[in-house]
Design a protein around this ligand. Structure first.
Ligand code: ZN
Length: 338
């Protein structure tokens, strides 16, 4: 997809406001994305490339043409939104390093380009906008097609291709703006969401459930890491060795997440939807298939319907094989719609 195509897709969507409300309501999943996210440009050979988002949006556009989803134009995150998670010092550092022309973030292995702040604020803003949409009844389910990804970013440290923790900003925003007291974040990216874990370690308002490959980057995510204080017991890590797939991961969702959610009773369900846990991903060695992502989506949507009025905000994290990303996103979207 060229940039022009992307912009035309986004523009076509903006005109949705002119359609009858019935046709908008028929598309019961809203996708939040913004071409500004293409402006984060790591070097050409980097796996976290703008092509990922273009690929995802090609898939989204097929669903949109079929009347299955509508694509919404989000607002960028404000400093106030980002400060719900990140420290003022970190925000200042990110701005200064990008303005100064640094090619990598000093806090971790995240490449930078001139447009990285704009892209990262757009990514976090997409999640905030999706939270507004599901909390005010604009849609029940939302998918945020975003990059750079977010789940490795903690309060004061971006790393692992992440600048701001998009899903964490969304969860905190849900609490502040909409009074949501309990949010479930389910993370099926191949890598442990160490940033999300750090942010909500002693928070008490977020149940963070994570499956990941271990040993693997970033090395955290032991089952012994359970949170502290008000957050004690609300961090639930499920590490699996390379080669694990359907049996182990669907098993953890069914046998660990479902009962944990039954106790926690989330009012909003969020997914850190990383598709690098799919078989064949260059950055992972788990073996999930498109069918498995459909079933994982069903399980999470089932939790949302049981406890959270069906409210789901799914947020793209990793996924680095372009053909795999396309198939997995199609599978995920098809079950968010169902
Ligand atoms: Zn990942």
């Amino acid at each position: 997809m060229t940039r022009r195509d992307f912009l035309e897709t986004a523009t076509a969507v903006l005109s949705l406001g002119g359609l009858s409300s019935a046709s908008v309501a028929a598309a019961n999943v809203q996708v939040f994305s913004d071409p500004a996210m293409l402006r984060h440009e790591p070097p050409d050979d980097h796996p976290e490339s703008p092509k990922r988002l273009e690929t995802v949006m090609q898939t989204v556009r097929r669903f949109e043409t079929a009347g299955k989803v509508s694509v919404a134009a989000p607002r960028p995150a404000t400093d106030d939104d980002l400060l719900l998670v990140h420290s003022p010092e970190y925000l200042k550092k990110v701005r200064a390093e990008i303005a100064g022309g640094r090619r990598t973030l000093s806090t971790g292995d995240t490449e930078l380009s001139a447009g990285s702040f704009t892209a990262a604020a757009a990514a976090a803003g997409a999640v905030v906008s999706a939270v507004d949409a599901v909390m005010t009844g604009g849609t029940r389910t939302a998918f945020c097609a975003v990059r750079p990804p977010g789940h490795h970013a903690s309060q004061a440290r971006g790393m692992g291709f992440c600048i701001f923790n998009n899903i964490a900003v969304g969860a905190r925003y849900a609490r502040k703006k909409h009074g949501v007291e309990r949010v479930l974040i389910a993370d099926w990216d191949v890598h442990h969401g160490n940033g999300t874990q750090d942010v909500f370690w002693s928070d008490g308002s977020v149940l963070f459930f994570d499956i990941h490959q271990h040993p693997w980057y970033p090395g955290t995510g032991s089952p012994d890491e359970k949170g502290e204080g008000k957050g004690r017991g609300l961090i639930v890590n499920n590490p699996f060795p390379a080669g694990s797939g359907r049996t182990q991961i669907l098993g953890a969702f069914r046998n660990v997440l479902v009962p944990a959610a039954e106790r926690f009773k989330p009012q909003l369900v969020m997914i850190s939807a990383g598709f690098d846990s799919r078989a064949g991903d260059p950055l992972g060695r788990l073996t999930l298939t498109d069918r498995d992502f459909a079933e994982l989506t069903d399980l999470v949507v089932g939790i949302a319907r049981a406890h959270a009025g069906g409210r789901v905000v799914s947020v793209l994290e990793g996924g680095y094989a372009l053909d795999g990303l396309s198939g997995a996103v199609a599978s995920h979207l098809s079950r968010l719609i169902a």
